[in-house]
Ligand binder design. Structure first.
Ligand code: PRP
Ligand code: URA
Length: 218
């Protein structure tokens, strides 16, 4: 059965089919899209996805004086947000989210996939402390086997993180299944669900290597 018929919002899996996101993902996929445009698109898509994903931020009423009268009106409660990009490619999404939440703290998790085994290897972890009470937004444009996202979230939980959302621009069905099975408490936001992984664990049709396309490396 197709993965979108297995997992849905009731499982914390949100496939964001907004037309603006779909349009921009098509431009991202194009192999002729250059580094500069690619970066801008990643940032814009992250902002659109973040707008949707932060729908449940807590609010509190403050008193405000309008030119007419004084009233109570809501603002975001506290400054309890942490953004955690998975290096490298997740870095490209950070500015899109901080445009929405400028006071968020930013942590970093460094992971790279072994080219042969496709297993993630950890090389860096620095997270805001304390992290327990924060809503944590983990960013990575690609959810392929799900190994990197699952490891990153395990590391965040080991540091005390509890309220975790994962945002990816393109996911393979295998990645959603793995991440949801490993961390059923984590909300997963996906820009587009692609068909499958190929023999190199690349997403098809995908967009190629996200890190290389953001940073202009090969
Ligand atoms: C890519 C991507 C994810 C990971 C996804 O990073 O940005 O982190 O692969 O694959 P997975 O779901 O199978 O774990 P990569 O390891 O290529 O590192 P990079 O961002 O430094 O290029
Ligand atoms: N990492 C990428 O950057 N792209 C893929 O398709 C899979 C993993």
């Amino acid at each position: 059965m197709a993965i979108e018929n297995i997992y849905g919002p009731e499982d914390g899996v949100f496939i964001q089919n907004h037309p603006l996101i779909q349009h921009k993902i098509t431009m991202l996929r194009d192999k002729n899209t250059g580094t500069n445009e690619f970066r801008k698109l990643i940032e814009e898509i992250a902002m659109l996805m973040g707008f949707e994903a932060l729908w449940d931020l807590p609010l509190e009423d403050v008193e405000v004086e309008t030119p007419i009268e004084t009233c109570k009106s809501p603002v975001i409660a506290g400054k309890k947000l942490a953004i955690v990009p998975i290096l490298r490619a997740g870095l490209g999404m950070v500015s899109g989210i901080t445009a929405l939440t400028p006071t968020a703290k930013i942590g970093h998790i460094g992971l790279y996939r072994d080219e042969v085994t496709h297993e993630p290897h950890e090389y860096y972890c620095k997270l805001p402390s304390p992290i327990e009470l924060r809503t944590i937004i983990v960013l990575d444009p690609m959810l392929a086997t799900g190994g990197s996202a699952s490891d990153a979230i395990r590391m965040i939980k080991e540091h005390g993180g509890v309220h975790i959302k994962f945002l990816c621009i393109i996911a393979a069905p295998e990645g959603i299944k793995r991440l949801h099975e490993d961390h059923p408490d984590v909300q997963i936001y996906v820009g587009h669900l692609d068909r499958e992984l190929n023999e190199n664990a690349y997403i098809c049709p995908g967009l190629g290597d996200a890190g290389d396309r953001i940073f202009g490396t090969k």
